[in-house]
Write a protein that binds this ligand. Structure first.
Ligand code: ATP
Length: 260
């Protein structure tokens, strides 16, 4: 079942620096939700709070009504959460298939002893996961690369492999951090098709951080715009794109970047 995500008053400080100021919004089960805003607005920091990589200084984060603020990243799979990163971190010396299978670690039966002894149940589970990972790679157009080492693939393909690794967790909440960054136009089109397919078939709630407004407009049901760590507005992508406060925030940030 796709998850409901609820944020209330989420704040984050690093020393004297305020990175997030009382951010709150609800994401309904099955929605594709966009998180946008100029560089440095706090989007990735907010993702890091949701996925347990950062501990918020205040506020509440609930997945299906369960408070997860302060939970460690490793325990977030247990809450149905999977994510991708702005810069995919793959095991570069391992094959694509091995990388994707790593996404299923939380679903493996038995303990380390059973695995080190290669007991029959562990071997059967491994075979089933291997078949599942291969099917997932095929579905996402990467079947041909299954036995290639990750360091032999391009940046765009790394992003595809990372998405498959996240999907191996069978998440009910999927966070995608700038999935289109660095992709050529044709691959962005493919990515849009992939997310549409997930929306249709996978019973998952998806939150996307992205600067590519074409992708946000094509995919999202709602967006939140962040600026200087605070929520500037919430609405549809079209409402965000025509909101003068949003335009001003982007222009202001460009001017600040130019002056720097
Ligand atoms: N670990 C950290 N320590 C100190 N400051 C941090 C840390 N992580 C993020 N920040 C600061 O928080 C602010 C928000 O950064 P963040 O990366 O979340 O923004 P963003 O909206 O994702 O930007 P971009 O679109 O450029 O990726 C920035 O000023 C950044 O320097």
């Amino acid at each position: 079942m796709a998850a409901r995500l609820q944020l209330e008053g989420v704040s984050l400080h690093f020393g004297g620096v305020t990175v997030l100021r009382e951010v709150g919004f609800d994401v309904e089960p099955g929605q594709v939700f966009g998180l946008v805003g100029p560089n440095g607005a706090g989007k990735t920091s907010l993702f890091n709070c949701i996925s347990g990589h950062y501990r918020p200084s205040g506020g509440s984060l609930r997945i299906d009504g369960v408070e997860v603020r302060g939970a460690r990243p490793a325990s977030m799979a247990g809450h149905g959460l999977a994510r991708t990163f702005q810069h995919p971190a793959l095991q570069l010396r391992e094959t694509v298939l091995e990388n994707v299978m790593l996404g299923a670690h939380a679903r493996l039966p038995g303990g380390p002893l059973e695995w080190s002894l290669r007991l029959p149940r562990a071997l059967r589970a491994e075979r089933a996961l291997r078949d599942e990972a291969l099917a997932l790679l095929e579905e996402n157009g990467l079947g041909w690369a299954a036995h290639t080492r990750a360091d032999e693939l391009s940046h765009g393909l790394h992003k595809g492999v990372e998405l498959c690794r996240a999907l191996m967790m069978r998440p009910k909440l999927l966070l995608l951090d700038e999935p289109a960054a660095g992709l050529p136009h044709s691959e962005v089109e493919q990515l849009i098709e992939t997310v549409r397919r997930l929306q249709r078939d996978a019973d998952v709630t998806i939150v996307i951080v992205e600067h590519h407004m074409g992708l946000i407009a094509a995919l999202t049901d709602r967006v939140v715009v962040l600026d200087h760590g605070a929520k500037l507005m919430e609405g549809t992508a079209a409402e965000a794109q025509s909101d003068p406060r949003v335009l001003e925030a982007y222009i202001g940030r460009e001017e600040a970047d130019d002056a720097a």
